[in-house]
Design a protein around this ligand. Structure first.
Ligand SMILES: Nc1ncnc2c1ncn2[C@@H]1O[C@H](COP(=O)(O)OP(=O)(O)OP(=O)(O)O)[C@@H](O)[C@H]1O
Ligand SMILES: [Mg+2]
Length: 401
C-alpha cells in the first residue's frame, strides 16, 4: 500500500497539495510548523482514534470554516481516494467518502488505509506501565482478527459489571451467587484473549528481535514474553482446560477481590516483559534503547501485518529519529524495504543519511521547498548541498519567505 497524493486544506494550519514518493518521505521543519498535523490528518483517515486526543472542535483552522483532507493511495488491486470534510459549525458531523461513496463516520474507514504510527509518546511502550503494552498488543491482534475485538469488548463490559458487584458485596448489598455467572463469562473471553495474545507475542518476539538486532547492527538483542496474571503456561493447552484454570483462579481470589472492591487478576492486568541484553528494559534500558525497542515493536507490527495480510502498511514516523544514534537513524531511513515511510524531523541534516526518497521543507503548514532525489545529495566541507539547494537555507525557513 502506498500513498501517492496528499491534499490538505484547513486541517489546523495545513495547506498542502503534494505528491508522495513510494519510498521515504522526510518532512522537515522547525518546531510548531505543522509536521505532526500532517501525520495526524493522514492517521485520522485510517479510522483509528487520534494519537493526540484531538477534539473535533480543534480540527479546523482558526481562520477557516472548513477542513478538507484528500488522500490518494494504491493497493495491489486499485487506486483509492479517501476524502473527509469537517465544518467548523458542526465538526462532529464529518463528511467522509471512500472512492466517492459516503461513509457514516471516520471509524467506518477502518481496515482500508493501513498505517503504523510512531510518535514520541510511544516511548511509553518501553518505559511506561503495562497498560501501554496491553493497548499495543490489543491493537496488533485486532488488526488481524476481528473476533478479538468482540472478546475484548465483552471482557471489558463484564469486568466493569463484576467490579460494581464486588463493591456492592463489600457494602453488604450484592448477590454473591451472581459472581459465578460473571466468572464463567470472564473466563471464556479472558482465555480467548490470553491465547490470541500469546500467539501474537510469539510471532512478535522473533520479528522484533530481528529488527532490533539489525537496527543496532548486531550489537544488541532483545527478547519479549507475554506475562499472564492467570496462566503459568499457555503452550499446548486446550482452550476448555485453560478456561477452567481461569475460573478456578478467579474463585481462589474472590475473597481478596471483595475486600479490594475490584478484580485483581485477569487479562486486564497482564503485561509484556521486554529485556535488552538480558536486562529488564523498563528498569535498566537507556533512553536510546527504549526508543529503539519501541521503534522495533512498531516496525515488527508493520512487518507482521504485511506478512499475514499480503499488503504493506504505511509507516508514519513522527519525530522518531531523535535520541537514536546515526546507525539506527540510517536503518530507519534506508532499510525498511517494501514499505512506504513518512517521517518528520526538525533537522534536514538527517536527510543526508537517506539513500532514497524525497524531502519536503514545511513552514507554517505549507511545503516551501521540495527535493525529489536524495541520491543527488552531496556533502561539501562547510555544509551540505542537496541537488544544488543549500540545506542550511532550508533550515533557516524565515529567510526563504
Ligand atoms: N486549529 C488550528 N488552526 C490553526 N493552526 C493550528 C490549529 N491547531 C494548532 N495549530 C498550529 O499548529 C502548529 C503546531 O503544529 P505541529 O504540532 O504539527 O508542529 P510540528 O511541526 O510537529 O512541531 P514540533 O517539531 O514541535 O513537533 C502550531 O503553530 C499551532 O498554532
Ligand atoms: Mg511535531
Amino acid at each position: 500500500m502506498r500513498i501517492t497524493h496528499l491534499k490538505i486544506d484547513g486541517f489546523k494550519n495545513i495547506n498542502i497539495d503534494m505528491k508522495v514518493t513510494p519510498t521515504v518521505n522526510i518532512l522537515v521543519g522547525e518546531n510548531a510548523n505543522g509536521k505532526t498535523n500532517i501525520i495526524e490528518a493522514v492517521w485520522l483517515a485510517t479510522g483509528c482514534r487520534s494519537f493526540r486526543n484531538l477534539k473535533d472542535k480543534d480540527i479546523v483552522d482558526f481562520n477557516k470554516e472548513t477542513a478538507t483532507v484528500e488522500i490518494t493511495y494504491t493497493t495491489k488491486e486499485r487506486e483509492n481516494t479517501i476524502k473527509y470534510v469537517v465544518e467548523k459549525s458542526n465538526p462532529k458531523d464529518k463528511k467522509v467518502y471512500l472512492n466517492g461513496v459516503k461513509k457514516k463516520s471516520l471509524s467506518q474507514l477502518f481496515g482500508n488505509l493501513r498505517c503504523i504510527v510512531f510518535t514520541p509518546d510511544d516511548l511509553e511502550l518501553s518505559k511506561g506501565g503495562p497498560e501501554h503494552r496491553r493497548t499495543f498488543i490489543d491493537i496488533c491482534v485486532s488488526q488481524l482478527k476481528p473476533v478479538y475485538i468482540m472478546h475484548l469488548n465483552k471482557y471489558n463490559d463484564i469486568l466493569s459489571q463484576r467490579n460494581m458487584l464486588l463493591k456492592e458485596i463489600q457494602m453488604g448489598r450484592g448477590d454473591v451467587s451472581l459472581l459465578d455467572i460473571y466468572d464463567e463469562q470472564l473466563s471464556f473471553h479472558g482465555t480467548n484473549i490470553s491465547v490470541m495474545r500469546e500467539e501474537y507475542s510469539n510471532i512478535l518476539r522473533e520479528c522484533a528481535k530481528r529488527v532490533f538486532f539489525d537496527m543496532s547492527r548486531g550489537h544488541e538483542y532483545m527478547s519479549l514474553k507475554y506475562q499472564s496474571t492467570v496462566f503459568e503456561d499457555l503452550k499446548n493447552a486446550k482452550i476448555d482446560d485453560l478456561k477452567e484454570i481461569y475460573k478456578e483462579k478467579l474463585l481462589s481470589m474472590r475473597d481478596e477481590d471483595i475486600r479490594l472492591g475490584f478484580t485483581g487478576i485477569g487479562t486486564h492486568r497482564d503485561d509484556i516483559i521486554i529485556e535488552v541484553n538480558d536486562l529488564n528494559l523498563r528498569e535498566y534500558g537507556s533512553q536510546g534503547q527504549q526508543r529503539s525497542v519501541a521503534l522495533s515493536l512498531k516496525l515488527a507490527q508493520a512487518e507482521i501485518l504485511m506478512r499475514l495480510t499480503g499488503e504493506s502498511p504505511i509507516i508514519l514516523f513522527d519525530d522518531a529519529l531523535s535520541e537514536i544514534d546515526k546507525r539506527r537513524q540510517s536503518y530507519v531511513m534506508n532499510e525498511i524495504d517494501d514499505m512506504q515511510v513518512i517521517l518528520t524531523c526538525c533537522d534536514p541534516i538527517v536527510a543526508l543519511d537517506a539513500r532514497i526518497g524525497n524531502l519536503y521543507a514545511i513552514q507554517r503548514g505549507e511545503v516551501i521547498d521540495f527535493i525529489d532525489n536524495l541520491k543527488k545529495m552531496r556533502v561539501k566541507p562547510y555544509g551540505c548541498v542537496i541537488d544544488n539547494i543549500d540545506v542550511s537555507k532550508v533550515t533557516k525557513l524565515d529567510e526563504k519567505k
